[in-house]
Design a protein around this ligand. Sequence first.
Ligand SMILES: Cc1ncc(COP(=O)(O)O)c(C=O)c1O
Length: 366
Amino acid sequence: MRPPISEEIIDLRSDTVTKPTAAMRAAIASAEVGDDMSGEDPTVNRLERMVADLLDKEAAVYNCSGTQSNQMAIRAHCQQGDEILIDETGHIVNYEAGGPAALSGVSARCLRGRGGLLDVEDLEGKVRPDNQHCCITRLVCIENTTNLGGGRVWPLDQVVRVGEWARSHGLKVHLDGARLFNAAIAAGYSVKDFTSHVDSVSICFSKGLGCPMGSILVGDNATIQRARRARKLFGGALRQAGMMAAAAIYALENHVNRLSEDHDNARVFAESIARIDGVRLNVADVESNLVFFEIHPEFGTAAQLSATLLQRGVKINPTGPQRLRACTHLDVNQSQVIRAAEVIRASLSEGIQKSKSDVRGAYAAR
Ligand SMILES: Cc1ncc(COP(=O)(O)O)c(C=O)c1O
């Protein structure tokens, strides 16, 4: 086994790996709390109002995870037997344990967009006819930024088109905005500019925003009321959650603008690895904090590269046989991403371990 280049671990697996800062921990410790199930947690209430106002929607419900928010939205918008339209790379259909079918009796029609982004031409003709043989097409699900789609950012005019198309076909639109603030910072629009074209939005606090946990679902009063019932049904109703809501408020006030640093670091990393023999990557595709790249098969597999990097102190997960994803975040700086790129260069030029690696479950891109 080769020794690590440095003892320090550089963890680029996901922005979910961040640890709360001292200031965030202080906000957590001093939070006022109450029983959220009874609507009595003042900090949760403050967070829900704050995010609903930020997105210009009527209501919001705080909950445990992005998965839970998305599944609550599907349950709130759909009836059993309904169908959603979604890009084939969507987190909702790839990484949420079959939630639409298991929790809501909903099937998914997966469409092939570009970089995880759908446009009207992809959706046209996909609404089932009003006919007893067919399920009812109810909801379009989109993701901004896209995850498995490549960290892409939706242009504003595209969501306007998709929103108008959905409305004209009597469909609702749910936005999986796990990394919506990354998108807004990268594109230079406000979250409100984007969310005015969709009916519900989930946002994660535990990713780029750096909280230990938490997500929020935002929409109109009726949708959020149904989603609250789903939250209870799915076992996710909360009690003194104000401590975690305080972390989310702290993050909204202090960690949004700094996301541009993560995007800069992602670009620096991408530019560095794009020059390495055996790495395939289009730097122009890197629009946020996610960097997807491929290793040429003659150098080995993504899992083998990942295992070799781990031994040398760099954590990057495979997302496919030849594809890997690196993610920048609050807990990595520019010199660390440059060092990680150097480790990739050294590993590929010296030859990566060709041992058979166990990749079961390793392809999840959180
Ligand atoms: C686009 C997207 N949506 C939803 C989620 C789910 O979030 P969580 O892991 O909090 O359930 C993730 C993260 O894994 C994600 O990347």
